[in-house]
Design a protein around this ligand. Structure first.
Ligand code: NAD
Ligand code: GDD
Length: 322
């Protein structure tokens, strides 16, 4: 039986990934600071532990796992990573996790390590035009990420690549672009725009108004969680090391995202644009390289994923209210 370790198995992407790996017949160990927030874990073994502690990393990587997925990080949406208030924690927490995991993976010669980097590594100077952002993999340098979160991701990409060059470790570096879906954080300050907007729309009365950070003309693309898992697993088992974007290339403005959610909800709402952390002006996944190297691209449109996400968040709100 094949074995996998999922670091960050209590998080959004990690909990979905565990379920998919189990469906594929893997024996799965998960580790996280916390259990999944919205459902029971599907892992064969789930360890509550802090990967900032080297001894914990050594303990959980105690064998030659076929696949290690390194998703554990101190992360959140714009309200968490762009305020600047958490920069030191984000850099320290995530960097030390990656340092510990890389060395423990080497010690046990694990088969492959998947590292979840981010589109936040791309230079701010290529994302000023909301209609024409450049997020091709090769555009990462000269580096100029607009957040410390992005700088840490870039450092850790280089860490895993260096272990490959110096010690022959096999890694796969993925740069995720805004991933959303059911079981994702939807309140509390770390939620990303799709979840935040679904929550605000679900909570608003028809004819009312909701607050949107910025002028709403900033652009993004959003990848539905099932597509993210499929792309990640395919990439992990491909011959290409990366870095590769894993994202959607259906770019929309935040105002368009709000309109789509309102349409799904059947509500007419006024958008009140307020100052807030906005991040780069435009971002879209460039999927040319991933299509060329592993023949994968997302298959469903944004609306289909948003319908499922809105439905799930509306139910969370109703459950909380009850
Ligand atoms: P998430 O916050 O839901 O999951 C991360 C998990 O890591 C959390 O459950 C957290 O408790 C755990 N963790 C943090 N510190 C830890 C520690 N010291 N020891 C053990 N566990 C710890 O985030 P996610 O959306 O599932 O993202 C997974 C990965 O993908 C992260 O590395 C993130 O930076 C990256 N990423 C995600 C997105 C996205 O849109 N979701 C985009 C780009 C990159
Ligand atoms: N979160 C949030 N909440 N964002 C809002 C809101 C709101 O109520 N209203 C408007 N926005 C705007 C933000 O200001 C930002 O311009 C845009 O929506 C997208 O915000 P997020 O979804 O929170 O984050 P992001 O796309 O800037 O960054 C995310 O994706 C990266 C990968 O592409 C984050 O999750 C990063 O951690 C991730 O690496």
């Amino acid at each position: 039986m094949k074995t996998a370790l999922v670091c960050g198995a209590g998080g959004f992407i990690g909990s979905h990934l565990v379920r998919h790996l189990k469906d594929q017949g893997f024996w799965v160990r998960g580790i996280d600071l916390k259990y999944p927030a919205y459902e029971q874990t599907h892992a064969d073994e789930f360890i509550l532990g802090d990967l900032r502690q080297q001894a914990i990393s050594e303990r959980i990587i105690d064998r030659r796992f076929d696949e290690v997925y390194q998703l554990a990080a101190d992360m959140g949406g714009a309200g968490y990573i762009f305020t600047g208030n958490h920069d030191a924690d984000i850099m320290y927490n995530s960097a030390i996790i990656n340092l510990n995991i890389a060395s423990a993976c080497l010690r046990h010669r694990v088969g492959r390590v998947f590292y979840s980097s981010s589109a936040c590594i791309y230079p701010a100077y290529n994302q000023d035009d909301p209609d024409n952002p450049d997020c091709a993999e090769a555009s990462a340098y000269p580096a100029a990420p607009d957040s410390e979160y992005g700088w840490e991701k870039l450092f850790s990409e280089r860490l895993f690549l260096a272990y490959g060059r110096n010690y022959g470790m096999h890694s796969r570096i993925a740069r995720y672009h805004n991933v959303f879906g059911p079981l994702g954080t939807w309140d509390g300050g770390k939620e990303k725009a799709p979840a935040a907007i679904c929550r605000k729309v679900a909570a608003a009365r028809d004819g009312g108004e909701i607050e949107i950070w910025g002028d709403g003309l900033q652009t993004r693309s959003f990848l539905y969680i099932d597509e993210c898992i499929e792309g990640s697993i395919r990439f992990m088992r491909s011959d290409f090391e990366g870095p590769l974007n894993i994202g959607s290339d259906e770019m929309v403005s935040i105002n368009q995202l709000v309109d789509m959610v309102c349409d799904i909800a059947g509500k007419r709402l006024h958008k009140r644009h307020i100052p807030g952390p906005t991040g780069v002006r435009g971002r879209n996944s460039d999927n040319r390289l991933i299509e060329e190297k592993i023949g994968w691209r997302p298959s469903a449109g944004l609306r289909a994923g948003l319908e499922k996400t809105y439905d799930w968040i509306e139910r969370q709100l109703m459950r909380d209210a009850a």
